[in-house]
Design a protein around this ligand. Structure first.
Ligand SMILES: Cc1cc2nc3c(=O)[nH]c(=O)nc-3n(C[C@H](O)[C@H](O)[C@H](O)COP(=O)(O)OP(=O)(O)OC[C@H]3O[C@@H](n4cnc5c(N)ncnc54)[C@H](O)[C@@H]3O)c2cc1C
Length: 632
């Protein structure tokens, strides 16, 4: 076997890894974000209320497709067989092609169905309730494979060339991971260099765990291209290419097999001197990682909705079994412990659906920056979904651990809970593992603070840079204290397309550089989040966890109208009071780790705000350690 699965020597330092990740971030917040505002202490109800309902015409157009898809899945897909044999029958794949299921979001002018993100999510929900391997096939193709980045970043010529093929069912894949590259892409070894004639790139390397890779006609391949020198410093470049698997030099080395998703077409793919035409660069040289991150902002919404499907399916199984199964003289659902589990399952499934649908609706409506919303949806739904499945196995008892085939063979209903569990587990690992989602959310949530305090707190800064940073902030505070004519207190209207105002922010480093405070080591009383306290209800909930509520103006920071509005927000209601989902004052005392991904969190910053709109004049502050424990 020629696959290179031994990790290579790591040549990238922690600082370099962080720099690559930072460079790939979207630095601007050009559109409003509901969650970002929460982290900044503002409850922007106008961003979610009225609820961004799906367009009626779109629902009408999607309905026939969804009905056909549901019928097809019920009548033609045998998931136990797919799991047993590790193959999706070619007739099923062709049937999906005929339905248009490979081109759900591809514009109609190119032969796709031209449906919205929410319609796509409804299709994925149907598929996920039947078979995880088929979900992987369709979503690796449409969420991260060629169609989505092509739609967002492709040139007209690229769209003309590839969309019609993709819409007809040419399967596609996304190849980023390598033996030495998992969560951290900086150590990428797959390399593309310009050909001698300058007309193409010559691609060499190997990609691991490429879903659909063993069946794909087309792939988005991420590769290093020659570094650039910026201000005398080497800047690593990662570029995205559309690669056709029929081209000479592309080879499937190995098909990978896993705990679940037995029929996923996932493999090790090698590239040996593959000539990729210049026109096949997506978006631009050096923009590959940013492309991947932006694509994932919507691509990440597939897992949240498949988690909803798993939740609903498990609820159905659990409710049925807990009313049928009698132990100790009564149905097990009448025993309190089981009833509690079912109640929590129903509530969490409702919350998961609310989170997923709101994100999908925001993506469709446009004018939002949903990077935080999508990451939270991915994190929360996959973790909550996993707990629901675990409870379902428990409720089914020994039968929960038995395979469907075995149950069938001894004459019982073949309920495949153990398969659901095996298939689901990967959702906490791919498309951003839970740990990486925590870091991503924390990084984006404190972006404004880092913009202001970055030089003071980031590792690797010299004393001079830190001092200059402090001076810059003092100047910033003075400037911000000056009256700003014509600016409202609440930031821009929805879709206004400008960055919300954040008020004055002042930082104070309490811990000398290099002196680490253990995560969670500081008590929340020492450092608390301030900012405008409009989300007072959420803040009060957070305070009640830390001790008795204080008396004084904080309790009355919401006007009666705002308070009522907070309770009226449809669908997002389950998020209230959950510190990780609410952020801002609601996450007071929990804070966020701003330390880079791998540096162990050296340094804790305290951010003080003096904002004219604060109802309480005493400065409040924000702890920035161990936020992750508060999220789910
Ligand atoms: C079934 C399957 C399908 C896949 N499909 C694709 C695909 O289509 N395309 C593709 O490119 N890739 C794909 N992958 C790869 C997948 O995205 C990676 O497995 C994932 O990114 C994690 O990388 P890793 O497994 O190397 O884990 P590592 O990055 O090595 O991480 C190992 C553990 O350490 C944690 N960790 C890492 N860094 C940190 C940190 N800074 N702080 C805290 N914890 C950290 C991780 O969360 C994880 O728990 C697939 C993988 C599988 C198993």
């Amino acid at each position: 076997m020629a696959t290179t699965v031994t990790p290579r020597e790591r040549k990238v330092s922690a600082d370099e890894a962080r720099e690559v990740a930072e460079a790939a971030r979207e630095h601007e917040w050009t559109a409003p974000s509901f969650v970002r505002d929460l982290f900044l202490g503002r409850l922007r109800l106008d961003l979610v209320h009225p609820y961004p309902e799906q367009d009626a015409e779109e629902i009408r157009r999607a309905q026939p497709f969804l009905e056909k898809l549901e019928r097809f899945l019920r009548e033609r897909v045998d998931s136990d067989r797919i799991d047993r044999e590790g193959e999706i029958p070619e007739t099923v794949i062709q049937g999906l092609r005929d339905l248009g299921a490979f081109g759900i979001k591809i514009p109609r002018e190119y032969g796709g169905l031209g449906l919205s993100q929410l319609s796509y999510m409804r299709a994925i929900e149907l598929v996920s309730s039947i078979d995880g391997s088929i979900t992987a096939l369709l979503s690796a193709h449409q969420s991260i494979g060629v169609p989505q980045p092509l739609k967002m970043f492709g040139s007209d010529e690229q769209k003309q060339r590839y969309f019609p093929r993709l819409a007809k069912g040419a399967i596609s894949a996304f190849a980023l991971t390598e033996p030495g590259v998992g969560s951290d892409p900086a150590a990428m070894e797959t390399m593309a260099v310009p050909s001698e004639d300058g007309q193409a790139w010559i691609l060499n390397g190997e990609k691991l765990w490429c879903t659909n890779g063993t069946k794909a006609e087309l792939m988005v391949v991420m590769a290093r291209t020659p570094s650039k020198m910026v201000n005398g410093k080497e800047k690593r470049q990662i570029t995205a290419f559309i690669v056709e698997t029929a081209w000479p030099g592309v080879k499937v080395e190995h098909r990978c097999h896993f705990m679940g998703l037995k029929a996923i077409y996932n493999g090790v793919i090698s590239f040996k001197n593959v000539r990729v035409p210049r026109e096949n660069v997506l978006w631009g040289e050096g923009k590959g990682l940013k492309l991947a991150l932006i694509t994932l902002n919507t691509g990440r919404l597939t897992l949240p909705i498949s988690s909803v499907a798993a939740g609903k399916r498990c609820l159905e199984i659990s409710r049925r079994w807990s009313s049928e199964r009698v132990q100790w003289g009564r149905p097990i659902g009448k025993h309190d412990a089981i009833a509690q589990k079912i109640g929590a399952m129903a509530a969490n499934t409702f919350a998961m659906e609310a989170v997923a649908e709101l994100c999908g609706a925001m993506a469709d409506r446009g004018g939002y920056d949903i990077r935080l919303e999508a990451a939270i949806a991915k994190l929360y739904n996959s973790e909550a979904g996993w707990r629901i499945i675990d409870d379902t196995v428990q409720i089914r008892g020994g039968r929960g651990y038995e395979t469907a085939d075995s149950l069938r063979a001894r004459g019982e209903r073949p309920v495949a809970v153990e398969r659901i569990m095996r298939d689901f587990r990967i959702n906490l690992i791919f498309e951003g593992s839970s740990e990486i989602m925590h870091l991503f959310i924390a990084r984006e949530a404190v972006d404004k603070h880092l913009q202001v305090a970055g030089d003071v707190v980031l590792p690797g800064k010299t004393l001079g840079q830190r001092l200059r940073g402090i001076l810059a902030q003092v100047r910033g505070v003075r400037a911000a204290r000056a009256p700003r004519p014509g600016r409202g207190a609440r930031g821009p209207a929805p879709g206004a397309g400008r960055v919300p105002r954040d008020g004055a922010v002042r930082t104070q480093a309490r811990v000398p550089p290099g002196r680490a405070v253990p995560a969670g080591g500081r008590r929340s009383g020492a450092v608390r989040h301030g900012g405008r306290v409009r989300a007072g209800a959420v803040a009060a909930a957070a305070r009640s966890r830390r001790g008795p509520p204080r008396r004084g103006p904080r309790r009355s920071v919401l006007s009666p109208g705002e308070r009522a509005g907070a309770r009226q927000v449809p669908r997002t209601a389950p998020q209230h009071g959950r510190p990780g989902l609410s952020g801002g004052p609601g996450s007071a005392g929990r804070g966020a780790s701003v330390a880079g991904a791998g540096d162990g969190g050296a340094g804790v910053i305290v951010i003080r705000r003096h904002d004219a709109t604060l109802h309480e004049k005493a400065p409040q502050s924000c702890n920035v350690a161990s936020w992750r424990r508060a999220t789910v």
